[in-house]
Design a protein around this ligand. Structure first.
Ligand SMILES: Cc1ncc(C[n+]2csc(CCOP(=O)(O)OP(=O)(O)O)c2C)c(N)n1
Ligand SMILES: [Mg+2]
Length: 321
């Protein structure tokens, strides 16, 4: 079977990719209908998210950026929790310890020291959990990237750093971020392995992550994985990339999209047929429909919550009367 995975593994991997894809496509529609707020599209990032996390056990921790906002789905997190996050509803703030999934991190790279710290803490306690942190190409220009990776390297902390190199930090291309030949090369400066993989090949991503997790669990410290692809959708629903992106290149990338590519491979090897494809998609769509209904059925939050944990003594202009 493919990449040391058996038929059930391959189907589960496929199911997770379809679930992530469906969530993303429905979210863009919900945004256009005014049912969720600004949304960070991850269309064609599913191979990275599903492939890398497939190497984890449920005891391992995942630290997502906004680009991996729905990654909790692979652990069974309810769709409505994630939709509520994008609706700005407090029921979207899950406790990381309930799912071993950190909070969605919007400030670029600031979750990397958190992942390093958690992993080091696990190691000190003699627990063998691994932390996997996701971030973009632009994040590698941030101080917190250096601090997180260097700290994890020095402490041999069990971390897998997964860089989603989609070629863009909003409108800034990778060529304006670094003089390094590849982002994986940055690992050399930290004395850890750096691996470059095709970010649209879910099995290649899985294999790189599997090796990195094994290394981390064996006490040999972190690995930097650079998953290379090209952003095939706007940065977010608030972005109009026509001002800076090459539309022909985007069309080419969309034609090689990762879910269809894996689906074709599984059909060729006899693992998938029309019926399974249809039922997997239907299940994901049903889950989304139930999720948005559950989210919209919740009472709106109390606006005072905005201030509840902000000030012990609110300044005068924020006090009533
Ligand atoms: C510390 C910080 N600086 C700036 C921003 C504004 N910002 C939001 S997304 C983004 C681009 C990040 O690009 P990249 O790391 O490549 O991730 P991608 O969005 O491509 O997944 C920036 C600069 C931010 N969120 N946090
Ligand atoms: Mg990027």
């Amino acid at each position: 079977m493919e990449g040391g995975l058996d038929r059930d593994d391959l189907l589960e991997l496929y199911r997770r990719m379809v679930l992530l894809r469906t969530y993303d496509e429905r979210s863009v529609v919900y945004h256009r209908q005014g049912r969720i707020g600004t949304y960070a599209i991850y269309w064609n990032h599913e191979a990275i998210q599903a492939g890398a996390t497939f190497a984890l056990t449920d005891d391992d921790w995942i630290f997502p950026s906004y680009r991996e906002s729905a990654i909790g789905l692979i652990r069974g997190m309810p769709v409505e929790t994630l939709l509520q996050w994008w609706r700005g509803h407090p029921s979207g703030w899950w406790s990381p310890a309930d799912w071993n999934v950190g909070s969605i991190c919007v400030p670029i790279a600031t979750h990397l020291p958190h992942a390093a710290g958690l992993a080091w803490g696990k190691k000190l306690r003699g627990e063998d959990a691994v932390a996997m942190a996701f971030f973009g190409d632009g994040a590698t220009s941030e101080g917190a990237f250096h601090e997180g990776v260097n700290f994890a390297a020095v402490m041999d902390a069990p971390v897998v750093f997964v860089c989603n190199n989609n070629g863009w930090a909003i409108s800034t291309p990778v060529s304006a971020q670094t003089r390094a030949e590849s982002l994986a090369d940055k690992a050399i400066g930290y004395g850890i392995p750096g691996v470059q993989v095709d970010g649209l090949d879910v099995l290649a991503v899985y294999e790189a992550a599997r090796a990195a997790v094994e290394r981390a669990r064996a006490g040999h410290g972190p690995t930097l994985i650079e998953a290379v692809h090209y952003r095939a959708a706007p940065h977010a629903t608030a972005d109009d990339p026509r001002a800076y992106i090459d539309p022909e290149r985007v069309e080419q990338e969309r034609a090689r999209e990762c879910v269809g590519r894996f689906e074709a491979l599984l059909r060729e090897s006899g693992v998938l047929d029309d019926e399974l494809v249809a039922s997997t998609r239907q299940d994901a769509e049903d889950l989304m429909r139930a999720g948005i209904a559950a989210a919209e059925a919740e009472a709106p939050p109390d606006p005072e919550l905005l201030f509840a944990h902000a000030y012990v003594n609110p300044p005068g202009n924020m006090r009533n009367g």
